[in-house]
Write a protein that binds this ligand. Structure first.
Ligand SMILES: [Zn+2]
Length: 103
């Protein structure tokens, strides 16, 4: 089962905070979300290879808008003009920056 966000806080443009239906909280620096953008410009659709360099994202990148996409995802309009990525809730939950990494 995919967790659903209960609250998506975007009052601070340098981060996006998600409170999930199970009470878990995820805090994403806006920069980190830009770095995992899954859109066709950033990731090669055929090979899955990332074409966008996450290290090129400015440390202080902010977002201008966060929009719900259906009931399964959000899209984010970044201050660098990029906004085509669809961030599914499953992806946002799986990439929690505070979670332990590794297999
Ligand atoms: Zn992208």
């Amino acid at each position: 089962m995919t967790h659903q966000p209960r609250i998506i806080k975007r009052s601070d443009p340098s981060r996006i905070e998600i409170e999930w239906d199970d009470g878990h909280k995820t805090v994403y620096p806006t920069r980190a979300l830009r770095g995992i953008c899954p859109c066709a410009q950033c990731v090669d659709e055929l090979t899955g290879v990332r074409r966008h360099d996450a290290d090129s994202v400015p440390e202080d990148l902010t977002h201008r808008e966060v929009v719900m996409v259906g009931n399964y995802a959000i899209s984010i309009d970044f201050a660098d003009g990029h906004g085509t990525g669809i961030y599914t809730f499953a992806m946002l939950r799986a990439n929690d920056p505070a979670a332990p990494t590794g297999p």
